[in-house]
Write a protein that binds this ligand. Structure first.
Ligand code: FES
Ligand code: FES
Length: 154
């Protein structure tokens, strides 16, 4: 039994301690926004935040997250009011959508750490998040736009 804090709610999870967090989220908690891409840390479709830092949920065993704060895409405002969500909608970033919850969480973490990221900062922060649809240009633009929205520029 593991107490797991996800999106501000503590869940008591009955799962093996070595079960990957991705499957705990999807199977045990029904939070399917975090996607399975490769399962080996190569695509970051499964990105969540652990204590505010992006992490690959497919590589993170349940035992490693006890006592830590997990945030998934479901933890962002349902009204899509976060600057990253607003920018993503405004710039019509999404194509098939499969990689996008991971992309968005990577962008949220970047902007929390850096209010004014240069293009090189964006590229560095997002480089592990693969998109088979090739939405990279729109993602870069949307991160820049989200940063401006977060700074109160309209
Ligand atoms: S599914 Fe986790 S990195 Fe690809
Ligand atoms: S939008 Fe399709 S994989 Fe990224």
């Amino acid at each position: 039994m593991t107490d797991l804090n996800v999106n501000g709610t503590v869940h008591r999870v009955e799962a093996e301690p070595d079960k990957p967090l991705l499957w705990v989220l999807r199977e045990d908690l029904g939070l399917t926004g975090s996607k399975f891409g490769c399962g080996v840390g190569q695509c970051l479709a499964c990105t969540v935040h652990l204590d505010g830092e992006p992490a690959a949920a497919c590589l993170t065993p349940l035992a490693a997250v006890a006592g830590r704060r997990v945030t998934t895409i479901e933890g962002l405002p349902a009204a899509a009011s976060h600057p990253v969500q607003r920018a993503w909608v405004e710039m019509n970033v999404v194509q098939c959508g499969y990689c996008q919850s991971g992309q968005i969480l990577a962008a949220v973490a970047l902007l929390a750490a850096n209010r004014e990221p240069a293009d090189a900062d964006i590229d560095r922060a997002m480089r592990g998040n693969l998109c088979r649809c090739g939405t990279y240009q729109r993602i870069r633009g949307a991160v820049r736009r989200a940063a401006a929205l977060a700074r109160g520029e309209v």
